[in-house]
Design a protein. Structure first.
Length: 621
């Protein structure tokens, strides 16, 4: 039966409604597609807010079937070892929806800040040997800024980064700033890793290799140029500030000649994830071992360390010079061999104990005017926890100046907290013994104060050392000379000398034959000799000298006394004193005065009658 008009009208109305509905759905879908980025951005923001991230924010999201872009994204993350904040700009991601893979991530600018707080490793340890993989083919960051705030100061990096995934999930990462290039290569599953750091534009700093990292047994090896490594540790901003400051205390200009050709090699092995550790390190130069160290650790607490030193004395001196007193800066070491050993032991949860010894044999050293030959110096640390160092030295030959040689120098002392406790320091010189008075000497004090004692010094040898052949004598003297030592200089203030036995003083130089003073000094037999000595670093001296005695051929052997104040410049001490002073008048005054040990002065012989004397204690200037 043919359709009625009403049926036709109903069918047309339904079709119009369906068309309008489909049109509205199409427009709605088109609107959703048009605003897809905004909607997805809102969904991502909500998802981030529901995650462990703090203060998440993102903007400028756009994407298509192959790529997504973000203008900005930032968030924070709390970790067991500190808080991390991340801010990134101009993020671009390439992906394949069918394969569900991300190929490349490119970031224009990334800023990471981490506040690091060490915690108990056992409390935060996760499952062991968790594989490390990169869920994309490549990550590149045009401008990377990393700041890590640690208990030892700030560690930072500002440069660029490029991380790629290789075959079987191997990872190759390169980081570069204005001064250095860092290349990290990790094998699949993080079974092995290699870190190479180079100074730009060229020059290797160090290389670190680690193997068997995916199991409990691990091996690590370090190879580096010693000087390059020290420079990197003192300059690289990756090293926290306080640790850099410790390395910067080295004078690299002085260390450079010593360490420029020196190589450092170190290795460590553990069979049980560092519960037990065996390590060793070598410092070599021209393939010859200079320093060797080995270390063992058990139960993560007990540590034993042994060190061996074998190098030229000059190289050892250059290494320790930064810690020596300022006066040692001008010393030079020309020969000798340094050998030493170190033993450390730290039981579980206890302080470190140990011993150390350094022996320098056949030492040749120059310190100002002093020169050591064939010396032996020994340093012993009986217990490292006490921080005390025992020093002993045996020097068979010690040059103290031109043609002045001392013998058998012997020193025994203890050093602790910038203070030297001197128990023995003596040498044989001028036929007698010279020694430093045992004392406690603060080495940080300038100048250093010492007292030099003289015992039974032969006057004839002492006078010969002054290099003035017209003066000679016999006898021996004792005395004390307070010394003030500074860099390359000696100061003597109010020293005293005294004769220990009678002797003879002779002056045979040019003189007026009629001058009684010179007549007396041609063969002065003295029974008492006293002197006050002052000497300045510039060579100026002042000598207050008193001689009591007689010349059998002058004034019938009448007792005579000299009170002389002599000043000048070494080595002309006696010459200037005799020629410049009015000694004849002094001798005659003393000869006619009443001696302290006689009732009356004998009458001078005819022809030598003196004038009326002034008081007997008048001193000649």
């Amino acid at each position: 039966m043919p359709a009625t008009t009403n049926d036709l009208q109903q069918r047309g109305s339904w079709r119009r409604k369906m068309a309008i509905t489909l049109l509205m759905l199409g427009l709605f879908c088109l609107a959703l597609w048009w605003q897809r980025s905004v909607l997805l951005e809102l969904l991502l923001q909500q998802a981030m807010k529901q995650s462990a991230l703090s203060a998440p924010s993102l903007s400028g999201l756009s994407f298509d079937s192959k790529q997504a872009k973000l203008a900005e994204i930032s968030f924070g993350l709390a970790t067991p070892t500190g808080n991390l904040s991340v801010a990134m700009q101009n993020v671009s991601t390439d992906y394949d929806l069918e394969k569900r893979t991300i190929s490349n991530v490119s970031i224009g600018h990334a800023a990471l800040k981490f506040n690091y707080h060490p915690t108990d490793q056992a409390a935060t340890q996760t499952s062991e040997n968790t594989p490390i993989s990169l869920p994309l083919d490549r990550l590149s960051i045009a401008k990377l800024e990393v700041d890590v705030d640690t208990p030892w100061g700030l560690s930072s990096f500002a440069g660029q980064a490029d991380v790629t995934r290789g075959a079987a999930d191997a990872i190759d990462a390169r980081f570069q700033d204005a001064q250095q290039s860092i290349h990290l290569n990790m094998d699949p599953g993080f079974s092995a890793a290699k870190l190479n750091v180079q100074r730009l534009p060229t020059g290797s700093i160090f290389e670190l290799n680690a193997s068997q990292l995916d199991g409990p047994a691990k091996q690590i090896k370090l190879d580096a140029g010693a000087l390059s490594l020290i420079e990197w540790l003192s300059n690289s901003l990756l090293i926290p500030q306080t640790l850099r400051a410790k390395t910067q205390s080295y004078d690299l200009a002085k260390l450079s000649p010593l360490l420029s050709a020196t190589q450092l090699s170190a290795s460590a092995t553990t069979p049980d994830n560092f519960a037990t550790l065996q390590a060793e390190a070598f410092l070599t130069k021209d393939k010859q071992s200079l320093l060797a160290m080995d270390l063992s650790m058990t139960n993560k607490q007990t540590i034993d360390m042994n060190g061996r030193l074998d190098m030229a004395a000059s190289e050892a001196f250059d290494l320790i010079k930064p810690w020596l007193p300022a006066m040692a800066a001008s010393w030079t070491v020309a020969g000798g061999k340094a050998q030493g050993n170190l033993k450390l032991h730290r039981p579980s949860n206890q302080d470190v104990s140990g011993t150390a010894q350094l022996i320098i044999a056949d030492l040749a050293l120059t310190a100002g005017a002093a020169k050591i030959e064939n010396g032996k110096v020994e340093l012993n640390i009986p217990e490292l926890a006490d921080r005390a160092v025992d020093l002993s030295a045996e020097i068979p030959t010690l040059g103290l100046g031109k043609d002045l040689i001392a013998q058998n120098l012997s020193i025994k002392a203890r050093y602790l907290d910038q203070e030297l406790t001197l128990s023995q320091a003596e040498l044989a010189l001028f036929g007698g013994i010279m020694e430093l008075k045992p004392d406690k000497i603060p080495l940080e004090q300038t100048p250093i104060l010492l007292t030099l004692r003289l015992h039974a010094v032969d006057l004839s040898q002492l006078l010969m050392s002054l290099d003035y052949p017209n003066i000679s004598g016999t006898g021996s003297i004792d005395g004390e000379l307070p010394l003030q030592l500074s860099a390359g200089a000696i100061d003597v203030q109010d020293g005293s000398l005294s004769g220990t036995q009678p002797g003879v003083l002779r002056y045979m130089g040019p003189a007026d034959s009629q001058n009684i003073a010179f007549k007396a000094l041609k063969n002065l037999v003295y029974r008492n000799l006293q002197a006050k000595v002052n000497y300045r670093p510039n060579g100026d001296y002042h000598l207050g000298l008193r001689l009591e005695g007689n010349n059998p051929e002058v004034l019938s052997g009448h007792p005579l006394a000299f009170n002389l104040n002599i000043s000048g410049q070494l080595p002309e001490l006696l010459q200037k004193g005799i020629l410049a002073g009015d000694l004849e008048r002094t001798i005659l005054e003393q000869a006619t005065a009443k001696p302290a040990d006689a009732g009356a002065s004998p009458k001078p012989p005819s022809g030598d009658q003196p004038p009326k004397p002034p008081p007997a204690d008048r001193r000649n200037q």
